[in-house]
Design a protein around this ligand. Structure first.
Ligand code: HEM
Length: 298
């Protein structure tokens, strides 16, 4: 997977390099839409890791539909947040943040991939998520497609959004950007001519701290929820959460709470360096959720 992601990172940096050299010396450089750039990157990573599709034509209908899934209209999201799902379905036939014909494209693409691999008995792509060399024995094809869709939707936008936020945080904190740059040059490459070493990048404490701090400041999901499995007494507050009751927590509020993070509005990666991490309290840092449903448990 690292190799696949590395290839997409190289394409992304090539695109940025091209943009910079085309604008070099121009008084009014053209504006680069970073979110679009990172969305393209997120989509390419998912296509490569899930289906071994390494290049996808950005002008193709499939590409347009998949990026439509990842950039849903704001009014649809608002409706889904504000109105009960059953009412939305009844009144407007809305079930997703994007039109269902886009979902059909994903289903068609995935089903086609499964069919091709079954026909070809193809085991050469076993490093991708689909890993389909044989007849499915334990789950149905529909379940495979549904799980892949959950991953595609949950994995693409979260990634591109946080990269965009990190770019912003570094641009607005140039001293931290310089420190990160110096750290990576010193520790992740042997000479200036070669590319950064992916293994060493993944083990770099300061890069890790920068990402962690940006995830604290910029939650990619608004809220997370759980349904209580049994009655639960909430400390000595006198409040009892009844079995079956939905509970939602606003992690943004926790991430900005001064009880847990001094100067919470300040972008300060040092909080997450190994020497300081122990002072982060359990459940006060929730970018990936917590408990058995969090991403780290996948
Ligand atoms: C910066 C990147 C990401 C962030 C911030 C993020 C955030 C989250 C959060 C907050 C949840 C809910 C967890 C909970 O309820 O406790 C979640 C669930 C999930 N995420 Fe991510 N995610 C990221 C990347 C990814 C990637 C790359 C994938 C897949 C390749 C992925 C797949 C999933 C799936 C499948 C779930 C549902 C887990 C379940 O309900 O059992 N996420 N993510």
């Amino acid at each position: 997977m690292e190799l696949r992601i590395g290839r997409q990172i190289n394409r992304l940096t090539d695109r940025i390099d091209r943009y910079v050299s085309n604008n070099d010396g121009q008084q009014q450089p053209t504006v680069l839409n970073m979110i679009k750039l990172y969305n393209d990157y997120g989509l390419s990573v998912m296509m490569s890791c899930m289906f071994s599709i390494d290049t996808i034509d950005v002008n193709s209908g499939v590409y347009q539909s998949l990026s439509g899934i990842l950039t849903p209209s704001h009014w649809r999201i608002l409706l889904l947040l504000l109105m009960p799902g059953s009412l939305l379905r009844l009144l407007f036939n809305i079930t997703h943040p994007f039109p269902s014909r886009l979902l059909d494209v994903f289903v068609q693409l995935t089903s086609e991939q499964i069919k091709q691999r079954l026909i070809n008995n193809d085991s050469s792509t076993t490093t991708d998520t689909l890993q389909y060399g044989d007849e499915p024995k334990y789950i149905t094809c529909d379940e495979v497609v549904a799980n892949l869709f959950a991953m595609f939707e949950a994995g693409s936008c979260t990634n591109s959004t946080i990269i965009a936020f990190i770019t912003y945080d570094l641009a607005t904190n140039p001293q931290i950007q310089d420190r990160l740059y110096d750290e990576l040059i010193a520790n992740c490459m042997d000479n200036r001519e070669e590319q950064l070493d992916c293994d060493r990048l993944l083990r770099n404490d300061y890069l890790d701290a920068v990402v962690a701090e940006s995830l604290r400041l910029n939650s990619s999901t608004l809220r997370e929820g759980r349904i209580a499995a049994s009655d639960y007494q909430l400390g000595d507050t006198g409040i009892v959460i009844a079995r079956g009751q939905a509970v939602e927590f606003a992690k943004h509020a926790v991430h900005y709470c001064t009880d847990y993070y001094p100067e919470p509005n300040c972008f300060n990666p040092d909080r997450f360096l190994p020497a300081n991490r122990h002072s982060i309290q359990p459940y006060a840092y929730l970018p990936f959720g917590a408990g058995s449903l969090s991403i780290s448990q996948m």
